[in-house]
Design a protein around this ligand. Structure first.
Ligand code: FES
Ligand code: FES
Length: 171
């Protein structure tokens, strides 16, 4: 005899319960195990600063930090982040007290439409802490995963160069 799944069983999807720690706050969640960190941040937590571009790991718009390392949140399952410290663009500076890198982006016009900018900033922060901002060539190499469809690359590199100088002096 063939056992047929009931319609309810067909619809059932595995759920995971865990806690996301984002920008110093804890968010208990119960979501489909297949939900990406990107979708959890935007749709469950309402943190829409992290952008969805390609949703397949090629544009960098979704870059966040996990335990201080830059990662692509569209390629990371939310459930894998249980209890790990996540930082998004909402956790970097404020409107009235921006991070020096954000100030440098403003000074150098490091954006046009701004859609890629949160990912650029998160990736550039990673670059600074990795010590990979020693020259324009190095910045281009290690920022190459962040696409800007407006083509603001020259200004982005200039902003990171400036922030790298400030960053080195601040250490
Ligand atoms: Fe994640 Fe493009 S949305 S790399
Ligand atoms: Fe428009 Fe980069 S500023 S995509």
């Amino acid at each position: 005899m063939t056992m047929r799944a009931k319609p309810d069983e067909l619809r059932a999807v595995p759920q995971a319960e865990f806690t996301l720690r984002v920008n110093g706050r804890e968010y208990p969640l119960r979501v489909d195990t297949r939900v990406t960190l990107l979708d959890a941040l935007r749709e469950q937590l309402g943190l829409t600063g992290t952008k969805k571009g390609c949703d397949q790991g090629t544009c960098g718009a979704c870059t966040v930090h996990i335990e201080g390392k830059r990662v692509l949140s569209c390629l990371t399952l939310a459930a894998q982040c249980d209890g790990r410290e996540i930082t998004t663009i909402e956790g970097v500076g404020t409107e009235h007290d921006p991070h020096l890198l954000q100030e440098a982006f403003l000074r150098h016009d490091g954006f046009q439409c701004g859609y890629c900018t949160p990912g650029q900033i998160m990736s550039a922060l990673g670059l600074l802490s990795e010590g990979r901002a020693g020259s324009p060539e190095e910045i281009r190499e290690y920022m190459s995963g962040n696409i800007c469809r407006c083509g603001a690359y020259e200004n982005i590199v200039a902003a990171i160069r400036e922030a790298a100088g400030d960053h080195d002096e601040a250490l």
